[in-house]
Design a protein around this ligand. Structure first.
Ligand code: ADP
Length: 466
């Protein structure tokens, strides 16, 4: 069912229930009031006749004449007057009260002194509801009992009219509410329909399109704003991906093109052994560059995994550093790496973190390699320390340092500083390290001074804090 229809039906159903509740309440209150009113009409008619009879100003037959001469015979109220011994003294016409209930009348009168009765006629005709009233009456020290009964024809007609009026009003109100609800719900869902039409136009090729702001600053407008923000993020990441792919293909093409040219030239002309060896060496270097780049990319992809996809285990930071140290020393024997513990006899837990050994090693290797790469002495001093919550590893060098303006960019993918001209790299190391740290709930901090060196410090929560 469409929202529009569901909203309209709910609205109409709720309002109809309220309308019907009020209509029924009004009707029953009016019926109760009318009943009360008719009993007081019966009583005053009975008192008038009681006074006429007891006063003896006119005879009983005159009173009966007045009764018979009334125009509306349906609306007649029959009155019967009894003495204290229940002897009938006067009646407008015989059988004022149904004979079978006369005894219950006397019983009631004896108990309560007053008597009121509503008797629905058995022939199912509601017009024939008979109301009776009985009460003791005193006139000049003489005691009487008066019983009056009649059918409330006017009252019934009034109630019938009220019923019809209420039904017509209620039905018209319900129909009106349904029609109004229809237009209202249409108005309410119109912005949603418009939004969905605009969303339909947004495709990968038109990611720059945005939802228009709505007239009313309501929840729907907020949804639109949130949707636009999501599109901003998507557009950025799409753009970044495009740029990434373009960059990678460029980085791959350069060494590949150099390799191809070198190898083609070597094939076409006769060369000396030394020249062949030089060509092979250059091609090997280019091939190594490609391998490094593809490894870096693979690591970057891994660091972008969701945390639940990465295998975590307790890892000793010093062991990771030792492995990184050994691997770097194997490939760069000129690099000098020194590992120092700031705190002696540290508890195992204080240098153990919950992490992925491979990714942590990648992060450490990047920082060690950078420290050695960007300093003349190719030296990196690593200092391990702990705080109550974190294990800290500082990678220090006395190299060229980083300028303030570059510092803001070094964690951006593919960014390479001015100082990198003579050093190989792709600008992937630091952003990758930052991502890995983020995956381990850790942080990376840089302290650097141009010309004096840099210190990159990693902080990762250790096991006593997890
Ligand atoms: P790459 O090392 O491949 O250039 P990185 O992402 O590791 O890429 O580093 C980005 C840039 O940050 C480097 O090009 C360099 O300019 C600067 N940088 C990183 N580490 C150091 C360091 N220890 N000393 C000086 N500059 C550094």
């Amino acid at each position: 069912m469409k929202i529009k229809t569901r909203y309209n039906l709910t609205f109409t159903l709720l309002s109809s229930t309220i309308i019907l509740f009020f209509a029924v309440t009004i009707y029953f209150l009016a019926a109760k009031n009318r009943e009360k009113e008719y009993f007081s009409i019966l009583k005053s008619e009975a008192i008038i006749k009681g006074n006429l009879y007891a006063d003896e100003a006119i005879t009983s037959s005159h009173i009966q004449d007045i009764y018979r001469q009334q125009e509306n015979k349906n609306n007649l109220i029959n009155v019967a007057i009894y003495d204290v011994n229940r002897h009938l003294l006067y009646q407008d016409q015989p059988i004022t009260i149904p004979q079978d209930s006369i005894q219950s009348v006397w019983n009631s009168l004896q108990k309560n002194k007053n008597f009121k009765n509503k008797n629905k006629n058995k022939n199912k005709n509601k017009n024939k509801t008979k109301y009776s009233i009985g009460f003791p009456f005193q006139y000049d020290d003489k005691e009487y009992f008066i019983i009056a009964s009649g059918q409330d024809i006017y009252g019934h007609q009034e109630m019938y009219q009220l019923r019809i009026t209420l039904v017509i009003i209620a039905l018209s109100a319900i129909i009106l509410l349904y029609v109004l609800g229809h237009f209202l719900s249409k108005r309410l869902v119109r912005p949603i329909i418009e939004m969905s039409e605009e969303i339909n136009k947004i495709t990968a090729a038109h990611l720059d399109l945005r939802l228009k702001p709505l007239k009313h600053k309501d929840e729907l407008n907020q949804l639109g704003e949130k949707f636009n923000l999501m599109l901003d993020r998507l557009e950025n990441s799409f753009g970044a991906q495009k740029e990434f792919v373009a960059h990678i293909s460029h980085e791959l093409r350069t060494p590949l093109a150099a390799m191809i040219t070198d190898l083609e030239l070597a094939m076409d002309y006769n060369r000396t052994d030394k020249e062949y060896r030089d060509t092979i060496k250059r091609s090997l270097d280019d091939a190594k560059k490609i391998v490094t780049l593809s490894n870096n990319l693979l690591d970057l992809a891994k660091a972008n995994y969701e945390p639940q996809e990465i295998g975590y285990m307790p890892v000793r930071v010093d062991e990771i550093l030792l492995e990184a140290y050994q691997e770097i020393q194997t490939s760069h024997n000129k690099y000098s790496i020194q590992i120092e513990f700031e705190t002696e006899n540290s508890d195992d837990h204080l240098i153990t973190v919950m992490g992925n050994p491979y990714l942590l090693k990648v992060a450490c290797k990047n920082l060690i390699e950078n420290a050695c790469k960007f300093s003349e002495n190719h030296k990196c001093i690593i200092k391990i320390s702990d705080t109550p919550k974190m294990v800290k590893v500082a990678f220090m060098d006395t190299g060229m340092g980083i300028s303030d303006e570059e510092l803001d960019h070094i964690f951006t993918t593919f960014y390479r500083g001015k100082n990198q001209t003579h050093y190989s790299g792709y600008g992937i190391g630091l952003p990758l390290t930052k991502k890995i740290l983020h995956q381990h709930n850790g942080k990376i901090k840089v302290e650097t001074k141009l010309g004096s060196g840099s210190t990159f410090t990693l902080s990762i929560p250790h096991l006593s804090n997890i």
